[in-house]
Design a protein around this ligand. Structure first.
Ligand SMILES: [Zn+2]
Length: 190
């Protein structure tokens, strides 16, 4: 299907100037963002980078929350009642928010990073490993380098608080040794 970008050009340019991300535009005008990015480039329009959008959101919203970027938010783009909006705001405010979704990205190591420049765990680019952030919130204390965060189901991207446990280095090593033996036994007996 041919995308008639001219129809949307003015709208897209305005929204980008406001800091909208490709994901937001995808939700708003209903064109898949890979396709949108391709067509925008063809039309000589500037395509916002993910990082750019994230930085914009961080600067402009005191409590960035699900819905601002549209990711993870099934209701994004739909009209919400004021009551629903208020409920969402309360649920997502500040530290209660495990899953602030703006600026989530996957690291080459397979872990999820989130943009939290004010956090003590942030790297020099302002990103924090999400599972460590979730662990801090779950345990209600700051993590140190001797705290190892383990994913119970083995899935590095499943940062649900229930899937996360903080162990010492030796506890963690013991656990993984045990798991290895367990897998070996299973494989040889099969
Ligand atoms: Zn582990």
């Amino acid at each position: 299907m041919k995308v008639d970008l001219e129809k949307y050009r003015k709208y897209i340019e305005t929204r980008i100037a406001e800091g909208a991300s490709l994901r937001m535009l995808e939700n708003e005008i209903g064109i898949e963002r890979q396709k949108l990015s391709r067509e925008m480039k063809k039309a000589g329009m500037r395509v916002p980078t993910r990082i750019e959008s994230v930085k914009f959101l961080w600067k402009n919203h005191k409590h960035p929350h699900i819905g601002k970027t549209g990711s993870l938010c099934p209701t994004y783009g739909r009209k919400m009642s004021d009551e629903t909006k208020q409920k969402l705001r309360e649920a997502m405010a500040g530290d209660k928010n495990y899953h602030w979704s703006g600026g989530r990205k996957k690291h080459s190591s397979g872990y999820i990073l989130v943009y939290r420049p004010d956090n003590h765990l942030a790297d020099k680019h302002g990103f924090v490993l999400e599972h460590r952030l979730v662990a801090e919130q779950k345990y209600g204390r700051k993590l140190t380098s001797s705290d190892i965060v383990h994913h119970i189901d083995g899935n590095k991207t499943n940062n649900n608080p229930e899937n996360i446990v903080v162990l010492t280095r030796s506890e963690h090593a013991k656990l993984h040794n045990g798991l290895k033996k367990c897998n070996k036994r299973r494989n040889t007996s099969a």
